[in-house]
Design a protein around this ligand. Structure first.
Ligand SMILES: O=P(O)(O)O[C@H]1O[C@H](CO)[C@@H](O)[C@H]1O
Ligand SMILES: [Mn+2]
Ligand SMILES: [Mn+2]
Length: 405
């Protein structure tokens, strides 16, 4: 029975979104943002030489059509990405009115977000008093720190010391629909932070704030570092997604990385977590051993969290090159009737101003028993195509691009 592997390279956008002018980093619209295109250009001009060198080298992804998808989506020629695609390839654009991770993943899974998320204004204080009061009550603290838009690494460097002295949680947000709480794992306590976030989440979900995110960190003043114990408390998807369709059809569903959190556990049978390098080993194991008819859904977050938000062009290029080298043997180990789709959920152009995601089209690259160009599709077509390949009913608005190919 055919198996499917849906792999999201978090934030690997390819520009060209027709509605980019309606999304912002600070005051600057996202018009012209192009994560892959600008990284490739920086590499070609010698502007991304930390820990790597020269033109962007992605032979496996390019053979699947990454460079061709970039040209199709945005008209940009990615220097070094010139292969003639061998598989099924194209691009997709989002309709949900959010450039965040849940919006992108839900829509890829066949569920465009049917509402506008709530966002907090880019001002200080950013949060209304009743939310602040609830945080204080749940934390047993007399106040909060932050209460503003911020980058997570910058705000713990700035306020970590004060946090340790007062015991007040550091609360911040971004251009996404998120309420983030940073606290020291030892002086504040990891369990206490997780309980705080879990307790606060229902109030914020009721207001259509998509996620409350625990951001634990360790260390001393001047050397604070975030840990892998981040936890997202996300709103439950308002309707079944590809994961539920597959599970409902009796298929095994395996979530690699953040997928369970993004879907609030809905439709997930098994969870495999870790850093991206560990996740690639999990993906390889799933290709080797996942049962007939199963769906494996993976998210590789470090493109976004370690490099995109940090506006680290060399780091992003390094991670792309690591991913490309590591995915090669995984692709080679697939069975003839397997389908693997490699795509992304939004952009996060590391050459752009600000530290937020960028509205972009995304690549859709597939290895499996299909080939050809699929054009510029809807995100939801990915779910419909996976469902068609698995031979299960699709319940979303998408159309399969596998049919007849
Ligand atoms: O700057 P950090 O804390 O990494 O935050 C980023 O991560 C959040 C959730 O993915 C985004 O909304 C963005 O704010
Ligand atoms: Mn994302
Ligand atoms: Mn992000």
């Amino acid at each position: 029975m055919p198996r499917a592997f849906l792999v999201v390279m978090d934030s690997v956008g390819i520009g060209g979104a027709p509605d980019a002018d309606r999304f912002f980093n600070g005051d600057r619209p996202d018009t012209g943002a192009n994560t892959l295109g600008h990284i490739a250009a920086a590499c070609a001009t010698g502007a991304a030489e930390e820990g790597r060198s020269g033109p962007l080298h992605l032979p496996h992804l390019d053979a699947l059509g990454l460079g061709a998808a970039l040209r199709l989506a945005s008209g940009a020629r990615g220097e070094g990405l010139d292969a003639d695609p061998v598989g099924l390839w194209g691009a997709a654009q989002e309709v949900s009115v959010g450039k965040d991770t849940p919006s992108g993943h839900w829509e890829l899974a066949g569920l465009p977000v049917p509402w506008d998320w709530s966002y907090f204004p880019d001002q200080t204080p950013a949060f209304p008093d009743d939310i602040v009061d609830e945080v204080k009550r749940l934390a047993g603290a007399d106040g909060i720190l932050g209460n503003c838009h911020a980058s997570g690494t910058e705000i713990i460097a700035r306020l970590g010391d004060q946090h340790q002295k007062t015991g007040w949680p550091i609360c911040y947000t971004s251009a996404d629909s998120v309420f983030q709480i940073a606290a020291h794992e030892e002086s504040f306590g990891l369990d206490r932070l997780l309980q705080l976030c879990e307790g606060l989440a229902p109030m914020l979900h009721d207001r259509r704030v998509g996620r409350v995110i625990a951001r634990p960190f360790i260390g001393e003043p001047g050397s604070y570092a975030r840990t892998g114990n981040r936890h997202d408390y996300a709103m439950t998807p308002p309707a079944p997604t590809l994961l539920d369709w597959a599970q409902g059809a009796g298929r095994k569903t395996i979530a690699i990385g953040k997928i369970r959190d993004i879907f609030a556990g809905q439709g997930v049978d098994e969870v495999l977590k870790g850093e991206d390098r560990t996740l690639m080993a999990h993906l390889a194991d799933c290709v080797a051993t996942a049962p007939e008819g199963s769906l494996t859904f993976a998210n590789f977050v470090e493109f976004d969290s370690l490099y995109g938000h940090r506006r680290d062009v060399s780091g992003y290029a390094r991670h792309l090159e690591w991913f490309d080298a590591a995915i090669g043997p995984v692709l080679a180990a697939m069975r003839p009737d397997d389908l693997m789709i490699l795509t992304a959920d939004h952009g996060n152009d590391p050459t752009w101003s600000g530290t937020d995601h960028t509205r972009e089209r995304v690549p859709v690259l597939a290895k499996g028993p299909y080939s050809g160009q699929i054009g510029i599709r809807a995100f939801a077509d990915v779910a419909a195509s996976v469902a068609a390949h698995l031979g299960i009913p699709a319940k979303g608005p998408g159309e399969s691009f596998c049919e007849g190919r």
